[in-house]
Design a protein around this ligand. Structure first.
Ligand SMILES: Nc1ncnc2c1ncn2[C@@H]1O[C@H](COP(=O)(O)OP(=O)(O)O)[C@@H](O)[C@H]1O
Ligand SMILES: [Mg+2]
Length: 244
């Protein structure tokens, strides 16, 4: 039996003017790749923020690694939507951007050690960016910046990686390379939760889908037997009956 990474039960959330998530349920085990699909404004980013504790649910529970978010925090990496938009003279090097994410492990003012540098270089190597370590972050292309932000999320060696539209605004070739990096991390056992505007690519990479349908309910399905046409049907409101 594989370890349960996340269990979301009866999750409901509304902003002051708008109800966004109604009774969302799903669970993932180690090595799962969940793709979250739905139109703009469906609540994908809101769900990710709830999992990260940046928002609090109105109802329902989110269990991470069998416990609370606070206990699980160091096991989780996050790449936010549009992380990759640095001004060209932003005064931080690639190495500094990645290393800054070790703060939560070390406490803010503890000195860095050699072993930290190794962690930074290892994370940059995973995304093919080690040779850029001393460049200014703002001097890189959007695709290169996004790889650095993935390295930043990886530096604490997370077991669960959350990514909100990681390839938006990035050229097609870089987007493919980034998806290949993430698929490889997943094949090596990392659990992934991702939203992506490119539905076919996301469906191909993931083994489970959470689909926010037009009529305000959600479906949680395994993707192995779903065609893109079928997914379009579900999005349009034709329910599936085989829950997993
Ligand atoms: N901070 C906020 N305050 C009020 N409404 C918000 C806020 N953030 C998002 N919303 C609204 O909540 C809905 C879901 O937003 P979001 O989760 O960002 O959707 P998605 O990521 O699927 O595009 C949208 O209607 C959006 O306008
Ligand atoms: Mg969003």
């Amino acid at each position: 039996m594989k370890n349960e990474v996340i269990n979301v039960a009866n999750l409901t959330f509304e902003y002051p003017d708008i109800s966004v998530l109604k009774n969302v349920n799903f669970n993932l085990y180690q090595g799962d790749f969940l793709g979250i699909i739905g139109a703009n404004g469906a609540g994908k980013s809101t769900l990710i923020k709830l999992i990260l504790g940046l928002l609090s649910p109105d109802c329902g529970d989110i269990t991470l690694f069998g416990g609370t978010l606070n206990d699980a925090r160091t096991k989780i990496g996050y790449v936010s939507q549009k992380a990759n938009s640095f001004n060209s003279d932003f005064p931080a090097t690639v190495k500094e951007v990645v290393r800054a994410n070790l703060f939560h492990e070390k406490g803010l003012f503890k000195p860095y050690r050699k072993s930290d540098d190794k962690k930074v270089i290892d994370a940059l190597s995973l995304v093919g960016m080690a040779e850029y370590k001393d460049k200014l972050i703002g001097s890189l292309s959007g695709g290169q910046q996004q790889r650095v932000f993935i390295a930043r999320a990886l530096v604490g060696n997370p077991q669960l990686l959350l990514m909100d539209e990681p390839t938006v605004g990035i050229d097609a070739k870089s987007a493919r390379e980034i998806m290949n990096i993430i698929k490889k991390l997943n094949q090596n056992g990392m659990t992934i939760i991702m939203t992506n505007h490119d539905t076919p690519t996301l469906v191909e990479a993931s083994n489970k889908l959470l689909i926010f349908c037009e009529h305000g309910y959600e479906e949680f399905v395994t993707t192995s037997d779903l065609s893109i046409d079928r997914i379009a049907d579900i999005l349009a409101g034709k329910r599936v009956h085989q829950h997993v």
